[in-house]
Design a protein around this ligand. Structure first.
Ligand SMILES: Nc1nc2c(ncn2[C@@H]2O[C@H](COP(=O)(O)OP(=O)(O)OP(=O)(O)O)[C@@H](O)[C@H]2O)c(=O)[nH]1
Ligand SMILES: [Mg+2]
Length: 453
């Protein structure tokens, strides 16, 4: 094995802060800390040590707290050190440069995590979760990343692998000793077990549809006729007077985005111009934008004034209003309902609300949260969500297992072919956790990390 190079990188973002952290990974770390702090012996492992870091020329760079990690005990599994200094980017820069002068190489993006993976400290799904954890910007995304980092996906894959291996063992026993009696469940048992497993893999692969909502959040377009209460709803959702509200029809001309606060998922609500038949060129341009926003959205809320005759909405919008991605908010429940209202978009879920009152606004907010939960846009609280790389491997594995099952159905001499397909399925499962020897795939995966991770 090639000797481990000692690498260095700041682990905290460039900028001013109380503290910053410089990470060193590799066998030279302890020696550099010892000499930079002017000590006669290395500080005890895993014991924070206060001292003044002097560069090679003897200039004091900062008072730091250095922690040395022995091999096998650090996050990467290598010997290393963490230098906690004052959070001035010049200090960080000087410390890093001094380490380079001592012989360190600047770390590549994701190189620390890659080392942890190569040393078997993390499987590949956990290494990916490190990046997800750092970038998670909602409670749900954080929870999903925490669970993946905890090894949930890796353990699930291990369970599937064991089950496929058990079938493979049976097939191989049968290939080697065809005259032996098969267990009582045979010959159909292995085939059914493979199909069951393939079904589970496909189901899990399908959770990929939620990955984008976790990563990027959900866009909610608020559309409807002028004066229905769209801007009132936006304000209710974001908890402040973000949009102008007035009795004048056509108040909102352009679209306007606001983050919905306090929800477990990141949700961006978009208020839009009222849609109606007439209108000058400016208003028409606003309506065009409203329709664009409806197209871009993950979920559409059509606000309607329940006291007014149901509005005539453009065909382009009506085509987008599907029961699983749109709902009607019938506003102004303080007013008598128009008799034709029940016939307006009857296929969509509907909530009645009174946005003029603060309690009504609060109720509308939670009703919409409920609609989003039901809409299958987001993972259920305890559902596992896989990323695109995992989903592709799961689908490849399930295709191989299904093909194995087809060979078994034909019986006899095809057991050998079935076994080959089960092995292919196992290889695909192995790719998920990283039992692969594919440098290029690893390069691509870790390149998306930030430096210092
Ligand atoms: N009676 C009653 N009036 C409401 C209610 N909610 C909103 N309004 C009023 O309806 C009017 C229009 O509200 P907006 O939120 O500006 O409506 P909009 O759909 O954004 O209108 P445009 O931007 O013009 O398309 C305002 O005068 C609001 O005060 C409600 O629950 N009951
Ligand atoms: Mg408005």
């Amino acid at each position: 094995m090639a000797p481990v190079e000692t690498i260095v990188a700041p682990a905290t973002p460039a900028g001013t802060a109380a503290l910053a952290l410089v990470r060193i990974d590799g066998p030279e770390a302890a020696g550099w800390v010892t000499s930079a702090l002017g000590r006669s012996a290395p500080p005890g492992a895993r014991r924070p040590t206060l001292g003044v870091w002097r560069d090679l020329a003897g200039n004091p760079l900062d008072q730091v707290v250095a922690t040395v990690w022995e091999r096998g005990a650090s996050a990467t599994g290598n010997a290393g050190a963490e230098i906690c200094c004052h959070g001035n980017p010049r200090i960080v820069q000087a410390l890093v440069e001094d380490c380079v002068a001592r012989g360190a190489r600047m770390a590549e993006p994701g190189e620390f995590t890659r080392r942890a993976f190569l040393n078997g400290r993390l499987d590949l799904t956990q290494a990916e979760a490190v990046a997800d954890l750092i970038h998670a910007d909602s409670e749900r995304a954080l929870e999903a990343a925490r669970r993946q980092l905890g090894g949930e996906l890796g353990r699930t894959v291990a369970g599937w692998t064991d089950r496929a291996l058990a079938v493979l063992a049976e097939l191989e026993a049968h290939i080697d000793f065809p005259e032996e009696d098969l267990p009582p469940e045979a010959p159909d048992g292995p085939r059914r077990r493979l199909l069951g497993l393939a079904g589970e893999l496909e189901e899990t692969a399908a959770t990929e549809r939620h990955a984008a909502a976790l990563r990027d959040g959900i866009r909610l377009a608020v559309v409807g006729a002028p004066n229905a209460g769209k801007s009132s709803l936006l304000n209710a959702l974001c908890g402040r007077e973000r949009a102008l509200v007035s009795p004048e029809a056509g108040t909102t001309r352009d679209f306007l985005e606001a983050e919905v606060t306090g929800w477990p998922l990141r949700v961006t609500a978009v208020d839009t111009a009222g849609l109606r038949e007439e209108g000058g060129s400016l208003e028409r341009a606003g309506m065009e934008r409203a329709l664009d926003q409806a197209e871009r959205a993950d979920f559409i809320i059509c606000v309607v004034d329940r006291a007014a005759p149901p509005p005539a909405l453009p065909r382009r919008l009506l085509d987008l209003l599907k029961a699983d991605r749109a709902a009607v908010v019938a506003n102004k429940s303080d007013l008598a309902p128009h008799p034709a209202l029940p016939g307006f978009l009857p296929m969509l879920p509907r909530v009645e609300c009174h946005l003029l009152s603060p309690e009504g606004a609060k109720a509308a907010r939670s009703a919409i949260a409920g609609l989003l939960e039901k809409a299958d846009l987001t993972p259920a609280g305890d559902g596992m969500v896989v990323g695109a790389r995992h989903a592709a491997a799961l689908r490849a594995a399930s295709a191989a297992l299904r093909s194995a099952a087809r060979h078994l159905e034909k019986g006899g001499a095809e057991s050998e072919l079935a076994a080959t397909q089960v092995r292919a399925g196992l290889d695909s499962l192995g790719e998920i956790v990283g039992r692969v020897d594919n440098e290029r795939m690893l390069d691509k995966l870790f390149a998306s990390f930030c430096i210092g991770k």
